[in-house]
Design a protein around this ligand. Sequence first.
Ligand SMILES: Cc1cc2nc3c(=O)[nH]c(=O)nc-3n(C[C@H](O)[C@H](O)[C@H](O)COP(=O)(O)OP(=O)(O)OC[C@H]3O[C@@H](n4cnc5c(N)ncnc54)[C@H](O)[C@@H]3O)c2cc1C
Length: 404
Amino acid sequence: MTDTTSTDRDTARVHAALDALLAAHDPATTDRVAFRGARYDAGLAWVHFPEGFGGLGLRPELNRVVESRLRKAGAAPGDPTTFFMALAGPTIVTHGTDEQKRRFLRPMFTGEERWCQLFSEPGAGSDFAGLACKAVLDGEEWTVNGQKVWNTLAHLGDWGMLVTRTDPEAPKHKGMTYFAVDMHSPGVEVRPLRQITGEAEFNEVYLTDARIPDANRIGAVGEGWRVALTTLMNERTAIGGSGGTTSVPRGGPAAELVKIWNGLDPTERTPVRRDHLMRFWIKGEISRLTNTRASQNMKAGNPGPEGSVSKLVAAELNKALYEFAVELQGMSGQVGFDYTFRRAEELSVDGSGRGVGYAFLRVRANSIEGGTSEIMRNILGEQMLGLPGEPRIDKDQPWSKVPR
Ligand SMILES: Cc1cc2nc3c(=O)[nH]c(=O)nc-3n(C[C@H](O)[C@H](O)[C@H](O)COP(=O)(O)OP(=O)(O)OC[C@H]3O[C@@H](n4cnc5c(N)ncnc54)[C@H](O)[C@@H]3O)c2cc1C
């Protein structure tokens, strides 16, 4: 049963903290980093985080109240290159030591330190638990050797969320360990990988005798899978939030579709096309509400398997929506696209704000990144519908004995 009194008290507390923050710092005139630092100190970075670590220990849905009031007061939207904060923040607050929380959370939130995700490998994507990047303890430090791949914005990253194999003799899920790796340390090399959009938004990352202090291990040795699940669940909700969005200020996919529609010659606005447009709009709204519900259901601040529903819906919807957008534009939708090679300096997972040609190509990746649509369907089938699991013959074997 909901305790409305405490709910109202919590909301009032958030508003009081916002009043104090806005009275002391005008977001429209305060430097972005300084404002975000003050916001963190006021417990309004992630309200569901503990007090002293950017939060107030309140329900996660109150983050929306904070975001909406600050935007109305003129605060800048989050910097897209800090996307991985949505993954690394909850992971560190859930599994990190107090010292790690103190070290990492504030500069992550202000954007002074950007993060990237070093999970996938050439031989471990969907089967991420099969990864081979090796870490060996040597005194107070770990020596890491291996290759990671598809690492979005790793070229801008200061810190990487790195998962390694520390016990090859344990079954695959049990011999992994999670670290924060300094992307500027010797032995960490980032190389660009060009995408269908022309730009290199992601990279391959080579780790050659890279050294990581044991103090930067997140969670216990051998607990890397459990820690990584927190990252992955939050990633799915972060990507899921893009599904067809109808009203984000810079114009989400459905909003862009309506803009194209309004620019069409009236003879091109046929009833059949209007019907398609409305269906996309409605699905965008359903996706948004599903994602809202997923974040409201978060227990202890981390989303459950329902995050996979919004991720799956968002991916498939964004792809279909931009296909329709290109069709609406006719021949003009297929020309004038800049395919020159360039290093990405920002991130737009749903492609919005960068033109339909770019978005059409970018959202192709939505059903791969953060877990493929097939894997999302497996998770839904097994964890939400209770269907029989896939056969997993290597689950209990030592990782070193599994053929690869
Ligand atoms: C744009 C983009 C950005 C990315 N950013 C990052 C990043 O920042 N950090 C990072 O670590 N990784 C990143 N990735 C990698 C991403 O997580 C992987 O590509 C994804 O998990 C799939 O792995 P894979 O590419 O090895 O494909 P595979 O796992 O080899 O899959 C190939 C095909 O087989 C299917 N398949 C595999 N297993 C099953 C199964 N059990 N049941 C049904 N079908 C199955 C898949 O659905 C897919 O269609 C990114 C990928 C993209 C495209």
